[in-house]
Design a protein around this ligand. Structure first.
Ligand SMILES: Cc1ncc(COP(=O)(O)O)c(C=O)c1O
Length: 457
């Protein structure tokens, strides 16, 4: 058994860790990270790791970007806090709303600020309800989300999320959330079904669900362009256009959860643009501030705004908002982040580096453990399987994905094991071509060690 140091013991005795096997953590202890620079982080013993997951799909500009540090510091000095309640405002919030409105992939009237992706999607749920009440169609409230979706962990967002661990024993989901299939071709396609036929079948299933529920009761559809936490699921090219057509037919409000895909991750400014759909609203977070400070946002189209305006006349107030909605420091950092994306042509950079990244990823499809390698832009996943021919997964109890993550850590690479032993890779968008090669060299070594450990039981 590992003998844990003082630092590890202090962690175990005090911190309740999110997304951690709390029982195993008591034996293994934490990986204590101390500092970072660019795509590298260093643990408390000085060992370096490539941030293969950009933190949690978020640290787009890497660690220690002086301009972001300067933006935060300057704003802290100037106006450390101000809120947006009761009609108060400040320049960073207005400027950031203007910037987001101008760049949003969908006609946007206003921008609502939150602190996390979960809060953004919770806000979406509330706004959909509010809008349909204001529009005099109180029965139109149900929201469709997909199996394996990840939209966050607050009560409504976790209900949109389609992963068992986020529901079991939390008494979720809440009523009014409908579930439709995930566009995971490798896992979901029937024998001999083409990608296009698979997409058509999923669109037909969506339509059947709406008709069975009654279109007058179904209000919205929410989707991540490329699913992240559900296993880096890249849909077939014709999937979203077909889904969009169904949503249009039944007047569904379409929400693109751009929390991972927004701001260039897929090589386009927003993920919906890479995948060919036109949402009514987007949720953004993470790369909005390169993760330096918590901030998220929801775009509000004119019809939605008109409805909230009308409700305010009736109720007296728009009764939603967080203490830190539009926090000036977060807004200042986000503004600077957007300025850097534009100046350094980050979206174009991602598009230019994607072929090298994806070539490495697809090369891994030949590895004996890799059943499927998939990705888009600078995000990818490799699904480890026990039998490539039958696509049989490993017994989850074997923890093969977790083993690979541990070997990767020993090789100096941070990646994550998602459901079904999918190893996800999502490096900072500023990663250089040489660093991409190094990332995959470390992953190759981790996979070789995983294979050896599987072969030897
Ligand atoms: C697509 C997506 N939506 C929402 C969320 C929730 O964001 P947060 O963890 O900031 O609440 C995440 C987090 O990973 C996400 O990937």
């Amino acid at each position: 058994m590992t003998v844990l140091g003082n630092q590890a013991v202090r962690d175990i005795e005090t911190v309740l860790h999110p997304y951690t096997n709390l029982a195993a953590h008591r034996d293994t202890g934490p990986l204590m990270l101390e500092r970072g620079k660019g795509v590298f982080v260093y643990d408390s013993r000085g060992k370096d790791y490539i941030e293969g997951m950009a933190g949690l799909w978020c640290l787009s500009l890497g660690h220690g970007h002086e301009e972001l540090i300067e933006a935060a510091t300057a704003q802290l000095r100037k106006l450390s806090f101000a809120h947006l309640f009761n009609g108060k405002s400040h320049d960073p919030a207005v400027e950031l709303a203007e910037a987001l409105k101008a760049m949003a992939p969908t006609p946007t009237s206003k921008v609502f600020f939150c602190n996390s992706g979960s809060e953004a999607n919770d806000t979406q749920v509330k706004l959909v309800r509010y809008m349909n009440n204001a529009l005099g169609r109180p029965a139109k409230k149900k929201i469709i989300a997909r199996d394996k979706a990840y939209h966050g962990v607050t009560v409504a967002s976790a209900s949109l999320t389609g992963l068992a661990a986020n529901h079991t024993d939390f008494d979720l989901p809440i009523p009014g959330i409908l579930r439709t299939a995930c566009p995971h071709y490798y896992r979901g396609a029937q024998d001999g079904e083409s990608e296009d036929d698979f997409a058509s079948r999923l669109a037909a299933e969506l339509e059947a669900l709406i008709l069975a529920e009654g279109p007058e009761t179904v209000a919205a559809f929410i989707a991540e362009p490329v699913m992240g936490a559900g296993g880096v699921v890249v849909p077939p090219a014709s999937y979203f256009p077909k889904i969009q057509a169904v949503c249009d037919t039944y007047d569904l409000y379409v929400i693109s959860d751009e929390v991972i895909c927004g701001f260039g991750r897929l090589g386009t400014p927003f993920g919906c643009q890479a995948l060919g759909f036109r949402p009514d609203s987007i949720s953004v977070a993470k790369a909005l501030s390169s993760a330096y400070v918590p901030i998220a946002a929801v775009t509000v189209p004119e019809t939605m705004y008109e409805a909230t305006l009308e409700a305010s006349r009736r109720i007296g107030v728009f009764g939603h908002g967080f203490t830190y909605t539009g926090h000036p420091v977060a807004a200042a950092v986000a503004l600077k982040t957007l300025e850097i994306y534009a100046r350094d042509r980050i979206v174009e950079q991602v598009a230019a580096k994607a072929p090298q990244f994806l070539a490495h990823l697809h090369r891994l499809a030949d590895h004996p453990l890799v059943g499927n390698a998939r990705g888009l832009g600078l995000v990818g996943g490799i699904e480890l399987v026990a039998d490539k021919a039958t696509k049989r997964s490993f017994d989850p109890k074997l923890g093969v994905g977790a083993r690979c993550v541990r070997f990767a850590e020993e090789e100096g690479l941070i990646v994550r094991a998602l459901a079904s032993d999918t190893i996800s890779i999502c490096p900072p968008m500023i990663i250089t071509p040489a660093e991409i090669d190094e990332l995959f060299a470390r992953l190759d070594r981790a996979l070789a060690r995983t294979l050896e450990s599987v072969r030897h039981g």
